[in-house]
Design a protein around this ligand. Sequence first.
Ligand code: G3P
Length: 225
Amino acid sequence: MKFFIDTASVSEIREALAMGLLDGVTTNPSLIAKEKRGFRETVEEILSIVPGPVSIEVVATDYKGMLAEAREIVRMGENAVVKIPLTLEGIKATKALSEGGVKVNNTLCFSPLQALLSAKAGAAYISPFVGRLDDRGHEGMEIVRDIRGIYDNYDFRTELLVASVRSPLHVLEAARIGADVATVPYAVLCDLIKHPLTDVGLAKFLEDWKKVGETVIRETAGAAR
Ligand code: G3P
């Protein structure tokens, strides 16, 4: 499973890149606004430092406007993926852009049927929002399971990207279901590695090691200086 980070913060992206596990980035208008920097400046910096795909969302809601903004977005970097909401206009734009070779990430997906249309339109990624469904009392991961089944039935190549991830449990479930990608906030990415038993176990090992009274690296006169 690929890991994307869901942020427009360049410092968070740099930290995640340093972990060596980052495959891409997803942004949205709210995440861009949170950074309080210029849109173009932010996006161009992200595109230049991330070796993988970076999703950038259109804000036009009509077909022609979406196509015009998509053209602008793909000019910003060859790793740019155009994020398009799953509306009627959006699905038309997805079809046209995908046929033209532009990678589209269909966003704001809340049903398996929306995901079916997205795959038929040729989207590169489908983004079901699991956290926002959970917030409304629907089991978000249920639609991820449905989408996986539908895509496998017809051998659709659209990548299943689990979005609106709120906790490590969402990531675990995404991996169990066989999602292609999970896009996670930076805090959740860090939480994936944490376990109190790891910390307790390490503290005990280090305490016991002191009784050995040696160093792992052989001390030489030169090294001692
Ligand atoms: O980027 C799309 C999605 O991941 C948003 O997540 O937490 O705002 O529901 P959230």
